[in-house]
Unconditional design. Structure first.
Lengths: 312, 346
């Protein structure tokens, strides 16, 4: 629908992210940007670190609180303590993920730091069941095999450890092997993880009292793509070489549209702003009349196409 | 909000009148308001909003969505379009975000979601129970014919000294009617059980449904074989009834949980083997949640089984009473799964 501004995004921001479209229950399609593997790994590492910290703190608290009474447990004391610690670690890690993803609309502290969100793949509401499912699957994917691998007492065969390691690696790198970067838990819960940057609404560039005026034929030289690249240039008035760029663009436009009067250096900015305003007004009007121009190569009709080809 | 005027006369290129600019002027205050509300919810949760703000939120959200739709067709301001898309998405996630807390979610899960999921998967559950039973019968027959099978079926260490060489008295004193070892040891038993072989098998049975259900099937047969082999071992020593009572007290719950894990695995396998009208991914997303609900329920049942095994098994020393407890748990689980949350639509 709005190919022009996606084209402009691609041109201005380099390689575009992996994008998907979800449709809200109101029927409006919204583009979402899929989180990369690196971002997800970073978020997971942060979460894991916080979790381990919390677990250690709880352990320390228990040790200090019940230090005296450990002897009362008798000969099975060691097993009991190991069991309590394992149970606590299990509870903390699952409650941590599930609680935050429910309370923070699909974000954990790690995800929030990186700017990620869990959403429903089909654009529906994120259900508590989905959150629980995607987090408990992590137990099977990562923590259970890790626990077996780490336990020193297992004494298991080498091939057993190798197959567990293969299992771990396969699940850890599963996101790399599908387009939506889905983890095993995402597959089962029907969720995906997206990047949610916070965009700011900048001022409107439109200038009311125009000093320069342009004809429709002059404005016909460009399309929406060029307009939006120009918008980006005007939105950064203090960039290092903005002044030189403005001068160049100003000269280029003058040549292209056949502007006969020289534009002094001091007026380059206001010329560009006026041109932007006029161009946008023209293109938006044309678009409303059902004649959108995506870029300068757009051919309105064969005759106009020949004309513009000659001008070049 | 000012109405959008689409039919303004005059040469627009001489005196630029930008509809998109007018449009923006009329609605910008609403967007800023929404941005503020959404920002606060993202930071401190829904409780950060006052009631009247909460009431305003969905209205502002729908207004932003309609602004986006209009802007897509009339505006060429790239910053405006990107901003509106971003704002709509953030507001969408807040408006349609999860509304339940962890506690409410748990209550709802056990009172509604779990029994429904189990009922929906009754054929898979039947398949799992049949497989388990077939394994048990096979294990019983094999070990009855030749006790060497016992060692072949039961992994080393799992038998805890029980085997073809055990005598009747040993089994009586050290296993079935062993004295209660005291609270600490019981708890140790409970806990070691919780992270033991059986739970791991249960989780694997479920997770390996992703591999088209074959490992699920094999693991279920194997669990059945183990049970059958133990029964045969005791049957040969004339202890079958006592052993069944010893098993029943927690086994009813535990075996149901294993069967549920298997059913969950079969649900997943079914979505992969027979995706129907959907793609495999969509079909997995549609029914994977149901499978996960069943697996979570099974995990909770393992927990109950662990309490029964660690706490009650050696405390109750009569076979009849053990059967009674086992029977009661069987009735309780059936009533729970069959009758809970039957009427209300989902």
């Amino acid at each position: 629908m709005t190919a022009a501004y996606e084209q402009a995004s691609l041109f201005l921001e380099g390689a575009s992210r992996n994008r998907r479209e979800i449709v809200t229950p109101e029927g409006v399609p919204l583009p979402v940007e899929i989180a990369t593997f690196g971002e997800r790994a970073t978020a997971f590492a942060l979460d894991w670190f916080i979790q381990i910290l919390a677990t250690v703190l709880v352990y320390l608290f228990i040790i200090f609180a019940f230090f005296g009474s450990l002897g009362a447990l008798g000969k099975n004391g060691g097993a009991v303590i190991v069991a309590i610690l394992l149970l606590l670690a299990f509870l903390i890690r699952n409650v941590y993920f599930i609680h935050f993803e429910l309370a923070w609309q699909g974000a954990t502290p790690g995800k929030r730091a990186v700017g990620l969100r869990v959403i429903d793949r089909r654009g529906g509401p994120l259900l508590p069941t989905a959150v629980i499912a995607r987090n408990l699957t992590r137990e099977v994917e990562i923590f259970m095999p890790l626990g077996v691998l780490m336990s020193p007492a297992s004494g298991s065969a080498v091939w057993e450890n190798l197959s567990l390691a293969a299992w771990l690696l396969a699940f850890a790198f599963l996101p790399l092997f599908n387009r939506d970067r889905l983890r095993g838990g995402d597959l089962i819960a029907g969720t995906m993880v997206v990047v949610l940057p916070r965009r700011v609404l900048l001022g409107d560039l439109v200038e009311r009292s125009a000093r320069y005026h342009f004809t429709d034929r002059q404005l016909d030289a460009y399309g929406a793509f060029e307009l939006q690249v120009l918008e980006e240039l005007l939105r950064r008035p203090h960039a290092p070489d903005a002044e030189r760029l403005r001068r160049e663009v100003c000269d280029k436009i003058s040549r292209k549209i056949g502007w006969r009067y020289p534009v002094p250096d001091a007026d380059a900015l206001s010329f560009l702003v006026d041109f932007y305003t006029a161009e946008r007004a023209y293109l938006e009007r044309e678009q409303l009349f059902g004649k959108p121009r995506t870029d300068k190569h757009h051919q309105r009709n064969p005759a106009a196409g020949e004309q513009s080809a000659k001008e070049k | 909000m000012t109405p959008l005027t689409l039919d303004q006369p005059g040469p627009a290129s001489r005196e630029p009148v930008l509809k998109s600019s007018e449009f923006r002027k009329g609605r910008e205050a609403g967007w800023r308001d929404l941005e503020d509300l959404v920002g606060r919810v993202e930071k401190r949760g829904v409780s950060a909003l006052r009631p009247e703000e909460l009431q305003r939120l969905p209205l502002l959200y729908r207004a932003a969505l309609s602004s986006l739709s209009v802007a897509r067709s009339i505006a060429l301001d790239r910053n405006l379009l990107l901003y509106l898309e971003n704002l709509s998405l953030r507001a969408f996630l807040v408006v349609y975000g999860p509304r339940t807390s962890l506690l409410d979610g748990c209550v709802l899960f056990f009172r509604r979601d779990l029994p429904r999921a189990v009922r929906a998967a009754r054929w898979q559950l039947l398949l799992a129970v049949t497989t388990l039973a077939a394994g048990a019968v096979a294990g019983f027959m094999l070990t009855l014919a030749d006790q060497a099978w016992f060692a072949a079926i039961i992994p080393a260490g799992y038998g805890e000294g029980r085997g073809p060489s055990s005598t009747r008295a040993e089994l009586m004193d050290h296993e079935i009617f062993a004295p209660w070892p005291g609270a600490a040891a019981s708890f140790g038993l409970f806990a070691s059980y919780l992270f033991s072989h059986n739970t791991a098998i249960g989780v694997l049975t479920f997770g390996l449904g992703l591999a088209a259900g074959v490992p699920t099937l094999l693991l279920l047969v194997y669990q059945g074989l183990i049970l059958g082999a133990f029964v045969a071992l005791h049957y040969r020593r004339d202890l079958a009834l006592d052993f069944l009572g010893w098993i029943a007290i927690h086994g009813v719950t535990e075996l149901t949980a294993i069967a549920l894990c298997g059913a969950g695995g079969f649900v997943i396998a079914g979505t992969i083997l027979f995706p129907g009208r959907h793609s495999r991914l969509d079909s997995l997303a549609l029914r994977g949640r149901m499978a996960a609900e069943i697996a979570v329920g099974a995990a909770a049942m393992f927990f109950v089984a662990a309490i029964l095994e660690g706490g009650f098994r050696q405390l109750v020393q009569s076979t009849a009473l053990r059967f009674a407890i086992g029977g009661l748990t069987a009735i309780a689980w059936s009533v729970y799964f069959v009758t809970t949350a039957k009427e209300a639509p989902r």
